[in-house]
Design a protein around this ligand. Sequence first.
Ligand code: SF4
Ligand code: SF4
Length: 365
Amino acid sequence: MAAEVFWTDMRTKKGNNLVDKVARLWRKAGFRQAITPGDLVAIKIHFGEKGNTAFLNPVFARRVVELVKASRGKPFLTDANTLYVGSRSNAVDHLQTAIENGFAYAVVGAPIIIADGLNGKDFYEVAVNGKHFQKVKISSAIYNADSMVVLSHFKGHELVGFGGAIKNLSMGCANPGGKQMMHSDVLPEVQEEKCIACGKCRRWCPAGAITVAEKASINAELCLGCGECTVTCPERAIKARFKSEPVVLQEKMVEFARGAMMGKENKCLFFNFVVQVAPECDCNAWADAAIIPDVGILASWDPVALDQASFDLANAQPPLPGTRLDGHENARDKFQAVSGYDGTALLQYAAEIGLGTREYELIKI
Ligand code: SF4
Ligand code: SF4
């Protein structure tokens, strides 16, 4: 059976601005039913790496906080620490970054709790009995929350094509150890002819796996497969290779997404913001120009249908000139054109294991 996906475009007028539209989506989707009075409600969000500018605008988070409070839930904003070295790899830096990016209590009206604690060690092992993992590592504050509202910025992703609700549930809800479990099949490779020995990749490597002499060199024994060097290199001299098929990473992510939702049946709600669709993840300390015009905001109870609808609407947009889509104007999958990866295996596997359905009814409000 098709899942309902509610969509509002970017058009606004007096009395119906984009923040008001978030509340309309909430009401239309009947999200209030997911929250029992007194629930601790995790609002799962990505606060953006320091220097990134494409992450979700905090005013939307504030509106969702108000809606949760109106449903008599107790909201908190949350994300888990990163695997790579950056501005969000421990709770102190992560909180500081979140506040600098605009997620202060005075703005959003709710506290921030870093879901996996001070240094990423607070997690639960959740049995998923998947084909890749028996158990996955889910950050404690997400596991222990009674209900969850997942706010995702839909954009490109350098290793899996695109990132939306399922990416936010999987990579976003796992502690660094869980992220490493998903990334373990990635093996980066230096293209020496492009390397200028600047050393930026070495500074961002969490494993000390990179040495730079005349050219960069990666110790495959030490590499965690986080992929950070592939996007950090200003010369695009490091290619991500996979020890197995690229779909394995996507399937592993789906099994983590299932773990994040466990125990919260009919208690998880999803918004995708298909705006400022950057070619790469908000984990980067920059955001390149959006590759398509803004599509709007989508909401659903089903993360698979939501990501499928977001993907389809994004691909129906014309490419924006002067962006990473230059030279790929006729690409059917704009995200694959930019990243080199077909991300639809994630949707396929998510549907196969019952996380949701790829069939959707798009309801425009
Ligand atoms: S060498 Fe491996 S661990 Fe280091 S940044 Fe690259 S992918 Fe990550
Ligand atoms: S960031 Fe790129 S160019 Fe700089 S040392 Fe690493 S591989 Fe070479």
